[in-house]
Ligand binder design. Sequence first.
Ligand code: BDR
Ligand code: CA
Length: 311
Amino acid sequence: ARKIIIDTDPGQDDAVAILLALASPEEIEVLGITAVAGNVPLPLTQKNSRIVCELADRPDVKVFAGCDAPMKRKLHTAEHVHGKTGLNGPVLPDPTMPLQDQHAVDFIIETLRTEPEGTVTLCPLGPLTNIATAFEKAPDIVSRVQEIVLMGGAYFEVGNITPAAEFNIYVDPEAADIVFKSGIPLVVMPLDVTHKVLATRPRIEAIRALDTKVGHAVAEMTDFFERFDVEKYGSLGGPLHDPCVTAYLIRPEIFEGRHINVEIETSSELTLGMTVADWWRVTDRAPNALFIGSADDEAFFDLLTERLGRF
Ligand code: BDR
Ligand code: CA
């Protein structure tokens, strides 16, 4: 199984991504979950991470709290999408499993130093603050990372938080810039693909029909998450952004993209946090990312429903 660290800001879609990973031990070994401020402030994202582990009956998973604000900017949150707790929808008990004492950034550094070189994949599902802070604090770890598979950015679909930018990148563009310039192989799940993976009514009902604790909780999360896109954009369902990351680790063939150059806008007020993706290769800038553009959404939901059914 591939060893990963999930860096996250739950978030209903983050929660589903975590559940998919924990349901897939043959393919994925979760070394730890590092929480970051994003959709909601850090006290809630670390708590929600533990709520999700307990929902999966995995109180043994190590959860760490990381950075509570972007590297250089004030935190922007997304309660308008995720609700006040970040995990609105299901009613889930407060967690009793512990939060680890170690800071998430130090856990990331220590893990990359102790695991064999090139064997740990980072899976960021929120703003890239923890990851970039770890790289700044311990530059020696950068070359030890196997790959980064992240949710963030947009190209044809442009922005969901400003006209130009996707939320995760917009919240901490300086951190994103560090990650995109790190030289580590990147796989990027932008809105272009996540907006093709929609939790439509029949798909939510198939998950609810599992008739398990996890099935009901995920259906209630996606019910809540769906309302925003359906009401605001008239789409067929809410996009399951973050689960694209963990699904890619299990079945990469579900996704298609291009190896291209992607750079982050960090100065323009108008387009701050834009992922400037050279999709048509009109520059000679070296490719630094596999930028995903499409997915077999039926195969994605078949996989997700089957794996959630294992709980
Ligand atoms: C991203 O922002 C968050 O709201 C979601 O959890 C996802 O990671 C989508 O833009
Ligand atoms: Ca997220």
